[in-house]
Design a protein. Structure first.
Ligand code: AMP
Ligand code: MG
Length: 267
């Protein structure tokens, strides 16, 4: 899975990363589904252990262009996981009150507590992506944010949060297909936002902003993974694998009990 990891200091060139890649898995789409089921089961058990141990925190950041598959990842990777232990925080256009504060204000309060997995569906990275592309604040302001973000994530990591960040990498053609599919299916119309077409026109600017953000904020303590995401099944498999491998390394333990279960009599 390390093939999709962006090493600290590595300069990312998204055009050079194949959105159709599926080379880390030798099977076909059908066997991938079976593989994902196994990973779902493992994740379910790991989440329960995380919850029982009540020590560590896990933050998953999902970023992608529109139709990139953030919702799909949440639906498929966490299938079977107890909803009590996982929380999703979606970051939309900031409210007036949020805009009255610094951009991390609304984010910090959604970070995971002990024993919790939190998935950020969009995140503080929007403040160096959409905000930069649309010049919602001047460059002198957004250009300082990479450093804030690194420091913010270091704070979280130092205090016991494991952070994984995924950029779901699709290309312009794939987005076109997915937007068309949303138009063709009445049950998907609600997902279609005509404004997405304006963002689509700014694709190059977004890629530039993503490349800078990922290059400047992939750290040992909060790594970015650029996940080829044209194939949904592959994207799910890669993210589930990375999550399971990361949680397995946390060396979690069930809490020590203060009683002898053999000596307890239940009348
Ligand atoms: P969606 O995720 O499709 O529901 O759309 C949420 C929208 O909110 C996207 O267009 C984001 O770019 C936008 N958004 C999220 N965070 C910010 C932010 N900090 N500033 C401006 N727009 C944002
Ligand atoms: Mg959208």
């Amino acid at each position: 899975m390390q093939r999709y990891l962006i090493k600290p200091g590595q300069k990312v060139n998204l055009a050079k990363i194949d959105t159709n890649d599926s080379s880390a898995f030798s099977g076909d789409k059908k066997s991938a589904k079976g593989e994902l089921k196994k990973l779902n089961k493992k994740l379910e058990a790991l989440q329960e252990l995380l919850f029982a141990e009540h020590k560590q925190r896990v933050l998953i950041v999902l970023q992608a262009m529109d139709t990139g598959g953030k919702d799909g990842v949440i639906r498929h990777v966490f299938e079977g996981v107890n909803p009590q232990g996982v929380r999703v925080a979606s970051f939309k256009v900031p409210t007036p009150i949020e805009l009255d504060h610094d951009y991390l204000w609304r984010v910090h309060k959604h970070t995971p507590g002990r024993g919790e997995i939190v998935v950020f569906n969009r995140s503080h990275y929007e403040d160096v992506l959409v905000v930069r592309v649309h010049e919602l604040v001047p460059e002198t302001v957004w250009s300082k944010r990479y450093e804030h973000i690194n420091q913010f994530e270091r704070l979280l990591a130092d205090e016991g949060t494991t952070i994984l960040k995924f950029y779901l990498h699709i290309d312009l053609d794939e987005q076109k297909e997915r937007l068309k599919a949303r138009l063709d299916d009445a049950s998907k119309h609600w997902k279609f936002n005509p404004d997405d077409l304006k963002e689509r026109k700014l694709w190059k600017n977004y890629m530039q902003a993503y490349e800078d953000a990922i290059s400047r904020t992939s750290t040992e303590y909060a790594p970015w993974y650029v996940v080829p995401a044209n194939r949904k099944w592959y994207r799910n498999l890669i993210i589930a694998s990375i999550m399971v491998a990361t949680l397995e390394k946390l060396n979690m333990q069930y809490p020590k009990i203060t009683f002898d279960p053999k000596k307890i009599v239940i009348e």
